[in-house]
Design a protein. Sequence first.
Length: 522
Amino acid sequence: MTLNPSGWRPERPATPADFAATTTGNRALMLEEALIFEIGDTHTCGVDLEDAPVTTSKLGGLERRATIGLPGLSEPETVRHYTRLSRQNYAIDLGLFPLGSCTMKHNPRLNEKMARLPGFADIHPLQPVDSVQGALGVINELAVWLIELTGMHGVAMSPKAGAHGELCGILCIRAALEARGEGHRKVILVPESAHGTNPATAAFAGYTVEDIPATPEGRVDTAALKARLGPDVAGVMITNPNTCGLFERDLKEISDAVHAAGGYVYCDGANFNAIVGRVRPGDLGVDAMHINLHKTFSTPHGGGGPGSGPVVLSEALAPYGPLPFTERYEDGHITLVEEETVGDRHPHSFGRMTAFHGQMGMFTRALTYILSHGADGLRQVAEDAVLNANYVLRSLEGVLDAPFAASGPCMHEALFSDDGFPEGFSTLDVAKGLIDEGFHPMTVYFPLVVHGAMLVEPTETESKAALDQFIGALRSVAERAKAGDPALKSAPHFAPRARLDETLAARKPVLVWKEQIAEAAE
């Protein structure tokens, strides 16, 4: 094996055979880590405990009849085990996370500091309203920002995730149709370029889903959509920008046609990060749109609990939105409207999406992010995200097929395919090769409309230097695939574990530790 003069990177990918085996299985600071059951022993304890005194049971026959089966580890062994496992995990704090459609952007630490303030972190959803005015103020102000940024009329803050928000929007549409005596409309049109949760949500809500084809340039076939509109169509669910990373420039025309036919327009707002501060969906005729706070406003995926997917609503749908919602009085006092009917303020609500008001930690993080950036900063977020994606697209289109590059600039994500790879090599091989280069792979095999899809979203939080390093790595792996490098078929070689049989792992997962399995393996 020869080495490049500039460093210790081999000219060909190294394999485990290139390195002498170690007694421990460790590779310097990359520590080998066995399963916790292999480290400990289910028959012993990690600490010294006196025998428990014999007492009369109060469990009414529900006493444990067998050992608990947990491995006996000391505290240092337990801490070391989970710390070592954490070192084998990839995170946004380690490097660029190029997952397309997921917007894995940096989460500013200021957001975390604010979310941990006692007045936000330690409150309870059943506290008296007068004792949580600050928290309700955060929810209310965030709601005002979301309405302003989208050009909509109202917002439901309680949905806990993007798909949950989709369901909220569809239920609003159903309630509005039933209120005007058109509950017979049972068809939702979903373009091929929409997110996969869209048809699932519509079906879950009891609608029949019909596909609308895409044009060769990757956008909705507007003519086909218009031709399908009729008295049975409740609405359309459209993702904008779509999953091909392209802006649906006919959305206003589509909205006008759907409204004229008596339906409503749901927009999947998962990709709002690409247009925040630049485009207001309400101006395009959208009636409902969920916003993933973790994608556009930098809250973590989960964030210590459920996610958050507020849904902005048009004037036509706002009366049917779910409870609860905040309301600010002229004296500045904020209350929660939680009853199904409160006078004439919200008599048409379809009910609740969740037991309480939403995810306080996510709201606090999102508002902190918004106030840190301001309106002009949020506009720059979209501009930089789109700039970075186009930089990736144009830097790699010479080595990777970019099926929609001729359609013009992409939005926040660059889409490539495996077209041009020799027989036997696929997108999966490129993804596994990227692991050896120290990167989490991009989204693979999605969207389904592109064979062997590779969807890359660099986000706005990556520098040019970071993008150049990723581009160089992906270019190198793609060139190896096109050259038929056999070592790529068994990548990754440097990860803690080699390539898995993912099909077998999915179909026959081993989810429970059994000592007889370990004994058989020995």
